[in-house]
Design a protein. Sequence first.
Length: 380
Amino acid sequence: MKKSLLSVSAILAASALTLTACAQAPSSTPSASGSTSSSASSSASASTSTSAANADFKACMVSDSGGFDDKSFNQTSYAGLTKAKADLGIQTGQVESTDAKDFATNIQTMIDQKCNVIVTVGFLLSDATVAAAKANPNIKFAIVDDNPAGAAGLKNFKALVFNTAESSFMAGYLAAAQTKSGKVGTFGGMKIPTVTIFMDGFAQGVEYYNKQKNKSVQVLGWDAAKQDGQFVPEPNPFDNIAGGKTTATNLVSQGADILFPVAGPAGQGALQVAQSSNGQVNAIWVDTDGCVSAANFCKSIVSSVYKGMDVAVFDTIKAAQEGSFSSDPYVGTLANAGTGLAPFHDFDGQVSAETKSELEKIKSDIEAGTIKITSAAQPK
């Protein structure tokens, strides 16, 4: 995609409108007797049948433990479900998980509610989702953020994954360009591939900046070579906002002035630290545009690494409803706008024209394969 970074939201919105545009109503041509012609009657009948079929179709969703208001990946995925309900005229059902032990039970609840397609949100629901798909071949399943090997060959299972190493590489370059202390920090919720993929890309983006500019910006919180770093403490690390705040505070105490939390709701702890710093510390958010999902922190958010989970979920539900569901994985990339950098919002005037131009070139080079990212967590 060759559009400016600042038009990402507009592009996604336009894409969504294109995907969901309603067909014009069939014209009715009066016959000689003054009644509606048979072709018009047939069209009206078909339209009525389609509406009835839509109303009988049910799409459902099971959240990770963060819930549907997590200002992150659950919330964005849920937006795809609510859009499907509004635009397609279908029934929907949803259940929020509060703990990992809820996953299988909550999926079964959706099965019992006669859902036609069930979307689960998050890597941690993988085993429960695969098991349910195997046991219920007549129900379509999709999972956001994993492509499990155990699902190989299942025709009723679809993976919705995102190569956020690409967009996080851009975020790392941006962070390195914006830091004043020469140190940037990142931390994760858990050491799982859907988290470390962000941290890998971020660290490599900083490294690329250093090589291009002959600088020595340091990444705190993640060692890509050792695949080890800072993570929010248990229990329930993704929901542990206080733990996220403590982890972020530790990074700031070591000199980091740009934070990149990859921890779901717990990442809000980093936003709290940035907000209380009076502009000395800022953040780059993940999964969704933080200035939309966590608008009260926007003045501390330089940009965000977004994943088009809402669009992927909507498209999957629409395909299942239309009978065109495919088990081929969806992989969101920079090239298909499935992931990218969100607008700079309040920081637009603080990010130089030079940096903006360099980010556009980096995006093109990643798409072309000129820049290669080596994270093992990238979707295959």
